[in-house]
Design a protein around this ligand. Sequence first.
Ligand code: GLU
Length: 421
Amino acid sequence: MNENMLTSALTRLESAAKHLDISPEVLEKLKFPKEVLSVRLMVRMDDGSRRSFMAWRCRYDDTRGPTKGGIRFHPDASMEEVVTLAFWMTFKCAIMNLPFGGGKGAVKLDPRELSKAELERVSRAYVHAFAGMIGPDRDIPAPDVYTNAMVMGWMADEYSSIVRQSCPAVITGKPIALGGSLGRDDATARGGYYLVRHLESELGLDAGRRRVAIQGYGNAGAHIARLLHADGYKIVAISDSKGGIFCPDGIDPAIALEAKERDGSVVALAGQRGCKAIDNRELLEADCELLVPSALENQITAENAGRIRAGVVLELANGPVSPEADATLQQRRIQVLPDILANAGGVTVSYFEWVQNRQGYYWTLDEVRERLKKTMEEEGRSVWDLARKKRLEMRTAAYVHALGRLAQAIEAHGTQPFFAG
Ligand code: GLU
């Protein structure tokens, strides 16, 4: 992880602030996280031994409501990464006008090295340790990298047993049978998909070739491949943590998913159906019109930004483009649909899940999708229009849009001129 991750994330806040007339108190509030807790979890392994894991949770800012954001299980997780991701969640929730602030959590571990029973114990230990910090009106976790619906189900169950009442609204992304929302599973990809389809002609993706390269074939990557493929986009390159394939004639996403599930990686398809093996670096530089980073942070950097061939980048991952790379992409007129907007479909349907849990009244899949589509299109259009009006690239416009809402909420408590006047 980049040592200066939060510092570089903050540069985007500072550049957005230049386009708004806001009180310095707003930046003072948003420059630092409100609350960060670091815990060492002790967990019993299947062989009888006990192992310890570092775990964190950050509530970055709760001016607009309880904090919201996923929990990731990853061997490279760190406190600084968690804080940065929580900072991004603050803006993501504000862009979508959700009544939430931003939060995030992580456990430093490689889930592939643990048995299912060990993962359940880690998940429950996490909730036990952070039970005072989370809560349906305080901080609401959700899935993130290498966590899934089942993990959320264990966590909701653990929390409910601690507070001695059923409390599904404490966590979103749960299994449907345990109060999860229909449509949460593919919501991150679907939100990005609605955004691309809505802005297709502005992005120049409505005519000519529509070839797509996707980095990462987890929840976000595999679903966006399926959705775009069904609409006639050609998926020419995909990858996962083990490597990738380039398929000039296109690849059926269902076949790729089958290979990943059966053989552990999409690379198993190399040598078949006109596909050849490539590495993750080659994937990012693949000849295509739309590039979809759907894995981890800092994939497109100052080093490789000059070699990206796609005209449009849809950031389904959080933070895949470094701030240094932004300038190069902008110079090269590559349109970046920024993470805090492009992947906000996940947290938007998480909000719908929380609302349904609190109402005890559940929506149909069509209702969920319709509301997601409407929100993505409205907020996507606002960011697009703001970018045109102020001659900004989409990322800065997205930050300006979100910061305007955050500033309004922070300033509503009164600022210096009010008290000194
Ligand atoms: N982990 C997802 C994100 O980064 C979803 C968060 C949520 O649903 O609360 O946006």
